[in-house]
Each structure stands twice: as structure tokens, then as C-alpha cells.
Design a protein around this ligand. Sequence first.
Ligand code: FAD
Length: 478
Amino acid sequence: MSDKYDVIVIGSGPAGYVAAIRCAQLGLKTACIEKWKDKSGKGINGGTCLNTGCIPSKALLDSSQKFHYAEVGFAGHGISTGKLQIDVPAMIKRKEAVVKQMSGGVAGLFQSNKVKSLYGTGKLLAGKKVEFTDNDGKTSTLEADNVILASGSVPVNIGVAPVDNEVIVDSTGALEFQAVPERLGVIGAGVIGLELGSVWGRLGAKVVLLEAMDNFLAMMDQQIAKEAHKIFTKQDLDIRLSCRVTGTEVKSKGKKKEVEVTYTDKDGNEQKETFDKLIVCVGRKPYTEGLLAEDSGVNLDERGFIYVNDLCSTDAPGVWAVGDVVRGPMLAHKGSEEGVMVAERIAGQKPLVNYDIIPNVIYTHPEVASVGKTEEQLKAEGEDYEVGTFPFMAVGRAVASDEAEGMVKIIAHAKTDRVLGAHIVGPSASDLVQQVAIAMEFGSSAEDIGMTVFGHPTFSEAVKEAALAVGGHAIHMP
Ligand code: FAD
């Protein structure tokens, strides 16, 4: 194969690998460069999502939920177990097997779609040339008609809690603990903090989440966030809002180490708390280290994201950027959709990404999920809207399954009844919200959802009833 491609993709996370596959499907000669290595030093695809993000976190959430359910959920069903034990190294090993299977799957897809997989580092030069340095340090220059940058993001570090990968870890380190910490601190009660806090809390850690914001899940619909807060508090997640961490000190305690965290509480008083492990989960930032030559023609915005327009074009002609490294929610599916859009644009088609309908999920138990506008956003925009809510405790399937906490909230335009948003805390919220996302994509009204026949008994009947509640006529409203 010559070193001239139709498309070179840099980064094989969910934005980059999906872009590469779609390009190849469209008949474009495509290469994808990836610098991630596994523990043995072998090149591996899949980026953050498959290796240290979405997939491993869900593997551990699933393991810990099974343990928790066996511990507290079986008795009510008349099922008794002996004394439960958790083998943490075995749980971590299973997670690693899941990761290996998934990232190996990307390599397989590259092969079957004839995407040239190049393991090493890519750097964009001027004129759509790419300097490729393979994992043995050998450098060559590749050329392409189009380059797609998909270099992703990395965790934000904060000076007051420097990650030492022993006592203070980031999200990646929190997926690697070999034992359940007795006392676990989490800085940041956002999506990742809640998920990781849940994993270790279910296995027995005493979890304290320190959150600087005054509102819990400030980006979510606040009625749903309050409901979620109530549920998580009952699960012994100690969520402390308006708490700003000002310092940390790692201390030795016999053979062990622990960390003393100093923070200012909601009343402005200084507090101290000691943990066996501390996870820093204060967000992620775009990653462009070593990616761009000075004369590449690609510019960054003031927050360090690669600057792109709505179509993911950068300032350099023929150079595109997708995923976490550009503006918008840092979500795998958002990046994948951008990757598909760019591939199809390169092939001469005219697709768009609908940035108004991107579902967002927190994989706690129960899950929290949303799509579209929150009530707070609509209020601020002065929009005329109606709200329908429905609790899972009035849904037969939810009661039968011991999953009756939470509710569905649907918001529709007051005049047109067009669905503007859906917000859910409850069982299978991640899948239920997708039903409303499809309805929104097709411009449905709340009445359209209410008139649709839903199977019985299903969790999704809460979606139908919430849609009916917008018009004030839910059937099973308690
Ligand atoms: P990445 O996945 O970060 O991939 C970028 C790739 O580019 C990396 O493999 C990197 O090695 C490579 N790269 C960078 N620079 C170069 C270079 N110069 N040369 C070669 N290769 C390069 N999102 C969800 O939607 N759902 C979830 O449930 C979810 N859970 C998460 C849980 C955790 C713990 C974390 C940390 C994140 C989670 N996310 C989740 C976020 C999700 O992982 C990201 O949004 C997603 O991975 C972004 O995809 P990407 O392709 O843009 O970047």
C-alpha cells in the first residue's frame, strides 16, 4: 500500500474508529493512527471509551450491582445466600477481559472494512500531511486528501489533589483498585464521580462525594436531580454540596497510606476528612499534545478545544475534527455521530448531527437519563411548555421487579404539544430515554407518544403515562 490515503484518521476512540469505518464503507482508502498501548506495550484501539471509560466502568458497575443485589435484594424474594464475598482482583480481571474483547472487536472491524490500522503517533503537518512515528520510533510522512483529528480528552488534574496513582487517583486509577477501600473520597459528584462512587460503595466502601457546586447535577433537570439525590442518599452515598477542596496531604499510617482532605463546607467553615483512597473526578479536557505542527493551519479555541464549525471542519481546508477534542458534550455517541457525518461529507453527502437531541445517561442504579431541554432551560428561554410526570411506583412491572423508585418527566410545547425534553430517573432509564429521543427526532407530540400502544407490563409504560400526563390524563396516576 502506498502512503497516500483518501483519509487519515488520528485517534481510534469512538469518534475516530467510527469515522474510519464509515469512510472505508464509502469506498475511501483510509488509515487510522492510534498511539494507545495495552499493559504489554501492544498497540490497542478504542480510546478512552473502550479502555478506561464507558466499557470498563459499566463492567464494574454491573459486577458491583450483582453483589449489592445479592447482599440486600435477594431476601425479599425468599432467596437466601451464604456469607457473600467479593474477589476484587477477579472482578478487575473480568473487566480487563471485557475491554480486550471490545478493543479487539475494533481491530476486527478495521480488518473487515479494510481500514489500515497504524499503531503509533500522528502529527498533522501543513498541507494535510501527517507525520507518523510508529511504536519503534520510526518516522514517515503520510499524505491524505482529508485528515480527521479525533484525539479525545484526558482527565483534568487539580493542584490541590495531585494524582499519585497510589492514594490519589483519577477515573482510570479508580478502575484498577485491587481491594475495596474502607473510606473512599471522591472530588466531584458529576457523572463519572457518581458512577465510580457507586461501584465501590456497593462493595462496602464508605463513600463521601465532595462537590463544589451548590446544585446537585446542575446540568440536569432539577426535579429529576432532586429525586436522584434522595435515592442516592438512601444508598449511603454521602453527597456534600457547596464543598470546595483546598488541600490534600498523603500520610503514612503503619504500612498503609491515607489522605487527609481539607475542604471548605457550605457555611464557609474549614473541614478535614481522611480517606484510604481519593478519586479526582472534576472533568475532562481536550487532548492535543503533540498533535499539531505550528503551521498545520488548525486553531484551538480559548478552552483548548480544536476550533470547528457545525460540520466539524477546522480552519485548515480538508482537515476535520470530531469527538471530545471539539466543543459539545463529551460523550462517546456524540463523537461517533460526528465521525459518521464527516465521513459522509467527505464522500459528498450532506448529513448533519442533530445536537439538540443527544441523550445523556448516568449509569447509577437506578439510572438517570435525559434528552432535550430541561425545565430550567425552557424557563430561561421564556418558552411556553407543559410538563407530565409519572412515578415508577405506579408501574406494575417496576413494582414486580423491585425497581419502583424514580419517575419519568416529559416536557412538551404548550401550544404545539411537540416534545421538547424527557428526563428520567428509574429502571432502564438509559433505554427508555431513547424511545423519547426517537419520537423527538421525528417531531412527535406528547399525544403521539400517549397514543402509541406500549407492551404491558413494561417499564416503558411510565413513558406513555408521562406523555399522557402532559395533557392531564394519565390513566394510572396515583
Ligand atoms: P477518546 O476515546 O479519548 O480517543 C482518542 C484516542 O486518540 C485515544 O485512543 C488516544 O490514544 C488517541 N490519540 C490522541 N492523540 C493521538 C496522536 N497524536 N496520535 C495517535 N493517537 C492519538 N461516554 C459515554 O457516552 N457514555 C458513558 O457511559 C461514558 N462513561 C465514561 C466513563 C469514564 C470513567 C470516562 C473517563 C469517560 C466516559 N465517557 C462516557 C466519555 C467517553 O469515554 C468519551 O466521550 C469518548 O471516549 C470520546 O471519544 P473520542 O473518540 O473523542 O476520544
